[in-house]
Write a protein that binds this ligand. Structure first.
Ligand code: PSU
Ligand code: MN
Length: 303
């Protein structure tokens, strides 16, 4: 076992006895939602995973180790504390060797899940190719990580703060299958629509699990993106959302926000300016992803 891993006993027991485990990220808790909704949501998401037959493993970094599975107190800390580091791949060696509290992004969570032997990971939205990336070169390390690490990612698609078309092109270049669950159109986080047809569609968790097993048996390393559309009742109007996104992007430009701060800034701006409606959608879609992710994990372990 890797000496930099600290696996929670419940998760360890599940992994040892080949029971389904679902990895969860912590940046969404520390940087993606306000307190206390972030902690309530993180706990609720863990509960949804359990109810659907898998063991949740929320991943974060502290005490110089990668924790796989957090206690409720640890989870609360990440939701409440100020100044928690947003940790993507390039930050991991620094944050671990310096004993800093770090919340892991999709990329870092995937890597740690892989080291621990977890194959399914649930989140809200992944990072991608940003609008204007042709000049900013802002492309999330989530995508390069998905190209190489064999952990499936369940998300609600790609947020339209990103360039969805370019993100889909990048995923194609890197050989990452993109499956939308139950519909033809690729979803865009707050909306079930995006204007892009999904590269692939599957309608059951069992078929998705079989695809994962087939990919990895072929020696095709890397992730599969499973896009799970937000429940229709919580969907938000795309044109209204576009206005908020434009304003958020302009504000980021005016304030010279760059690098790792771009995504958290835009997310927070939108949450503040949509008066909580976007937050409710965010919470609903994550819980829905947790259900689907747990179902896929259960089916995968059946194979
Ligand atoms: N998108 C969301 N919510 C999030 C994130 C993205 O809708 O919380 C977080 C995730 O942790 C993701 C990270 O991995 O932001 C991507 O950051 P960047 O764009 O800096 O790679
Ligand atoms: Mn970036």
């Amino acid at each position: 076992m890797n000496s930099l891993l600290e696996i929670h006993p419940e998760v360890k027991e599940a992994l040892t006895n080949k029971k389904p485990v679902v990895a969860l990220e912590s940046t969404i808790i520390s940087h993606g939602m306000p307190y206390p909704k972030n902690v309530e949501t993180a706990l609720a998401v863990e509960e949804v995973v359990r109810t659907n037959g898998a063991v949740p493993a929320t991943i974060a970094i502290f005490n110089g180790k990668c924790y796989v599975g957090l206690t409720n107190e640890q989870l609360e800390y990440f939701g409440k504390a100020k100044g928690v580091w947003k940790v993507s791949l390039r930050d991991m060696p620094y944050v671990i060797s310096q004993n800093i509290y770090g919340a892991t992004t999709v990329a870092a969570t995937m890597r740690i899940a892989d080291i621990a032997g977890i194959k399914i990971f649930v989140t809200g939205g992944i990072g991608g190719v940003h609008r204007g990336a042709e000049t900013s070169m802002d492309i999330s390390a989530d995508l390069t990580e998905m190209a190489q690490t064999s952990v499936a990612v369940v998300s609600a698609g790609v947020k339209s703060i990103l360039d969805i078309g370019l993100t889909l092109e990048y995923l194609e270049t890197k050989g990452i299958p993109v499956i939308t669950y139950g519909q033809d159109e690729f979803p865009s986080f707050y909306s079930r629509k995006s204007g892009f047809t999904s590269p692939l569609r599957l309608d059951t968790a069992a078929e998705i699990a079989l695809l994962l097993d087939t990919k990895w048996k072929l020696g095709l390393t890397g992730s599969v993106l499973i896009a799970n559309p937000v429940p229709a009742e919580q969907e938000m109007a795309t044109d209204e959302m576009e206005l908020h996104i434009q304003k958020a992007l302009n504000a980021a430009k005016e304030k010279n926000i760059s690098g790792k701060n771009v995504t958290p800034f835009i997310l927070q701006y939108i949450a503040e300016h949509t008066k909580g409606e976007s937050l409710e959608a965010n919470i609903a879609l994550i819980k829905h992803n947790a259900k689907v992710g747990a179902e896929i994990a259960v089916e995968y372990h059946r194979i």
